[in-house]
Design a protein around this ligand. Structure first.
Ligand code: NAP
Length: 503
């Protein structure tokens, strides 16, 4: 069986001791083994800081951007093999796999462009200079410089390619060396990407390390210049954030956790209108794409009282047409969940949400593989505002007056969406939702090829307050701030101008 190794200290190192077995979630066939036991994490981080850091900081933004482009191009060249791995190890349909792999390539390319636009600089000038005294000589200027530590990038199981790329692209462009750790159960795609990068020598020594298997005590080795960017469950995020070492050294931590994303249908939207059809399409796509294992997927469907019956009937019909099965077949619309644990967790979540099953239910589907039916719940328990069911599950909720108040019970989210053509309703709802979200998606049938609320775009920020972790990633050049230290320069204007290369 394939043994996945880690890439640390500029070499591939296999772990020792008990390994985790990675399965094909469709057939339950073992595919690979991974262990991080015995790997010297402290030495791995030191190598990244002392070898990778200086190499990266010597490069301009444009050169770092060119490196990202080379990685994207190499991934594009191996796209078919990466898609096959995502189908085998992730239970992805081909379309799900493309969502992950193509999303990774697009994000790398977007940050490569950002690098080119930042040009020959090695640090960022933040805003205009400020006259601080009566004389123009007393001057202030903010700049942002790369941190001197390692960016430890920890990913969730659902997007092994995109998760790897969206974090690494931003950290590398900012000038920080990376140690990337995929979730173990679906690590094969990220492992192959790392092999491609190493085989073709696309990143200077020490700039990109890769840890497969358990994180062990990784966060206990971090210091004040390091950054942790974590995506995963709120529970693991809280453990990392509260770790004694992280607290003591004020290690910068960004958490992307779970979210009870809502889709709100406006009272003005009549059944059969284009806006109504778009709403249904986005809901069904979010429930079934990646078998609902998307942090941005719609979990709560808010429908005005008078359209409730119609929406329910239409969703039941659309979900009934979704073919669940082996993702390697073209007519399969939804594959299995990623692991036995995820299936058990989603089934338990359905039980916790209570209510009635307008469609589907928690029972496993078939005798092999981690399959479950798309499940539409109505009249859910109050737990619908508390418990994320990370699977093909959403709940219908009727409202009579203020949907934003109901959405806010979810205590902070990544994205919610509004489908309406009534400008007053849109403005009122957006302003009420805004403080609770990182992104608000305004559905409109005239937007061509609208990706729906579930797609994270590199140009826009991703993250959210409260239960979503309180983090923020991406957002074009904004994303670089996580990996840089902003510093105010205060002094004589000509001296500062020379530092900025302006004199
Ligand atoms: P998880 O169990 O919390 O694991 C996430 C990552 O953390 C994995 O790589 C895991 O490694 C690692 N990890 C576990 N314990 C750790 C520790 N003590 N120190 C450092 N790393 C540790 O989450 P998951 O089941 O993979 O992901 C599902 C959750 O992620 C869902 O709740 C979903 O909403 C959320 N999610 C959020 C976003 C977002 O952008 N906000 C995106 C995707 C998913 P092992 O795999 O080796 O245990």
């Amino acid at each position: 069986m394939l043994e996945l190794a880690s890439y640390v200290g500029a070499r591939w190192v296999a772990g020792t001791g008990a390994a985790h077995t990675l399965l094909n979630p469709t057939t339950e066939e073992p595919l690979a083994r991974a262990s991080s036991e015995g790997i010297d994490l402290d030495a791995a981080l030191r190598h990244a800081r002392t070898v990778g850091g200086p190499a990266l900081r010597a490069m301009t933004f444009a050169e770092r951007g060119a490196m990202l482009k080379a990685i994207a191009d190499a991934m594009q060249g191996e796209r078919e093999a990466l898609l096959d791995l995502a189908i085998a190890n992730g239970g992805n349909t081909r379309s799900d796999a493309k969502f992950d792999v193509d999303g990774a390539i697009a994000t790398l390319l977007a940050y490569s462009e950002t690098g080119l636009s930042l040009g020959a600089a090695r640090f960022l000038v933040d805003g205009e200079g400020i006259q601080l005294g009566r004389s123009a000589r007393f001057h202030g200027q903010h700049v942002a410089v790369p941190r001197r530590g390692v960016a430890v990038l920890i990913n969730a199981f659902n997007f092994p390619a995109w998760g790897f790329a969206e974090k690494a692209a931003v950290a590398l462009l900012a000038g920080m060396p990376v140690l990337s750790k995929p979730a173990t159960s679906s690590a094969m795609v990220a492992h192959r990407i790392m092999q491609i990068i190493v085989e073709r020598k696309l990143a200077p020594e020490g700039t990109l390390s890769f840890l497969v298997g358990s994180a062990r005590d990784l966060v206990t080795h971090l210091g004040a210049q390091d950054v942790v960017a974590f995506t995963g469950s709120g529970e693991t995020g809280a453990q990392i954030r509260s770790s004694r070492n992280v607290v003591r050294h004020a290690v910068r931590v960004n958490i992307e956790a779970d979210s009870l994303n809502a889709a709100v249908l406006g009272p003005d939207v009549e059944p059969r209108s284009d806006m109504y059809e778009l709403f249904l399409k986005d809901v069904v796509r979010d429930m079934t794409q990646k078998a609902g294992q998307k942090c941005t997927a719609i979990r709560r469907i808010l429908v005005p009282q008078e359209w409730y019956g119609s929406v329910k009937q239409d969703l039941v019909e659309l979900l009934g047409a979704v073919r669940v099965g082996d993702p390697k077949y073209e007519d399969t619309r939804m594959g299995p969940l990623a692991s036995r644990e995820q299936l058990a967790d989603a089934r338990e979540g359905v039980r916790v949400l209570g209510g009635r099953h307008a469609f589907g239910g928690p029972a496993p589907v078939g005798s092999k593989g981690f399959f479950m039916s798309p499940t539409l719940i109505e009249e859910p328990a109050e737990a619908v505002h508390e418990r994320e069911v990370f699977g093909p599950v959403a709940a219908l909720i009727r409202y009579s007056s203020n949907p934003a108040e109901i959405v806010a019970r979810g205590n902070g989210g990544l994205v919610s969406s509004v489908y309406s053509e009534d400008q007053d309703f849109i403005e009122r709802t957006v302003m009420e939702l805004a403080p609770h979200h990182g992104r608000i998606f305004l559905g409109h049938p005239k937007i061509e090829l609208s990706p729906g609320p579930g797609t994270v775009l590199p140009q826009l920020v991703h993250g959210g307050p409260g239960r979503a972790g309180g983090g923020e990633e991406l957002g074009g050049p904004r994303g670089l701030a996580l990996y840089m230290q902003r510093v105010a320069l205060e002094g004589s204007r000509p001296v500062i101008a020379r530092i900025l290369g302006k004199a």
